[in-house]
Design a protein around this ligand. Structure first.
Ligand SMILES: *Cc1c(COP(=O)(O)O)cnc(C)c1O
Length: 300
């Protein structure tokens, strides 16, 4: 596999009066620069899966996602680049399906979409359902939702190589936790990690992620109260924060993941929960394509 998107990755310092007043050093790792569509952590989670699919000579990739899924569109774009067919099973069927910008884009990238009911979607990881899919779609290589498997964790480990070793705290948004676990396993434990689940009741992830984090690595926590109403939900306050952040730094954030994490970091700094002189490294995991859903509210 000779396609590599990592050359555009960079680290930038974030300047802001709040950070200066609290003597906080904040750098951001711009994984969003990887590729306009296969952005951020999704490429890292996909790359080992694609290597495996290609070495096993599969000609089709099949995966799952919602109507705004960054994972679905990243899989569609990567499949196209690698000359593979792609099939996307989309959660939620409401009679006549209205396609989101994300789904239309997936189709333009050659992905074949199938809409399945929420009940069927729940069964997607069962043996029966997978056997049925292999049959129906001529033996595709199946990647779970969000790239949430061992290859996904393994791929995410290589993000750690971009993290300056003098960082005290690494922070990122969490969906399945796959990216976080990969990075945690690859960083020394004296670097603390903070994850911001972007959905309600994110506490449940603690146990699941604990199983994927190597023994002896304990310097990590989940901060669960910056979900802004739930997955892909937002408030005016969040939108205002995104616009202010952009005007101050020239860095666009996505409203589903990175804006919530960054808002949380600024709030914890403001509340002195993060002590002065901490060197924070925030990971911009990308996802900017998802902003098409709220474009009219953004100043960028
Ligand atoms: C999918 C995604 C995440 C969450 O990654 P997980 O590995 O599922 O925790 C974070 N940020 C963006 C932009 C994403 O698309």
């Amino acid at each position: 596999m000779d396609i590599d998107f990592t050359e555009n990755i960079l680290i930038e310092p974030i300047q802001s009066p709040i950070l200066a007043a609290h003597h906080i050093h904040l750098n951001i790792l711009r994984l969003d620069k990887i590729h306009p569509i296969i952005s951020g952590n999704k490429w890292f989670k996909l790359k080992e899966n694609f290597k495996r699919a290609i070495s096993l000579e599969h000609s089709t990739i099949l995966t799952f996602g919602g109507a705004y899924s960054n994972h679905l569109i990243a899989t569609a774009a990567a499949s196209k680049l690698f000359g593979l067919q792609s099939v996307g099973l989309v959660r939620g069927f409401h009679g006549k399906q209205i396609k989101t910008t994300t789904l239309l884009h997936c189709e333009r990238l050659g992905m074949q979409l199938h809409f399945i009911s929420r009940e069927d979607y729940q069964k997607k990881d069962t043996e029966d359902f997978i056997a049925h899919l292999k049959n129906q779609f001529s033996n595709p290589y199946i990647i779970p939702e969000g790239g949430d498997n061992d290859d996904g964790i393994k791929g995410a480990q290589s993000i750690a190589a971009y993290i300056p070793k003098d960082s005290n705290l690494v922070s990122l948004a969490i969906g399945s936790g796959t990216t976080f676990c990969g990075i945690r396993n690859a960083l020394p434990d004296h670097i603390a990690m903070m994850g911001f689940p972007v959905m309600k009741h994110g506490e449940y992830l603690h146990q699941k992620m604990g199983k994927n984090i190597n023994a002896g690595l304990e310097n990590w926590q989940l901060v669960t109260d910056y979900h802004f109403g739930g997955f892909a939900k937002h408030t005016q306050e969040l939108i205002d924060f995104m616009n202010d952040f952009y005007n101050e730094t020239n860095i666009p954030l996505d409203f589903v993941y990175n804006a919530k994490m960054m808002y949380g970091i600024f709030d914890l700094v403001r509340k002195n929960t993060i002590p002065p002189h901490t060197k924070i490294l925030c990971i911009h995991t990308g996802g900017l394509q998802g902003n098409s859903a709220i474009q009219n509210q953004l100043q960028f």
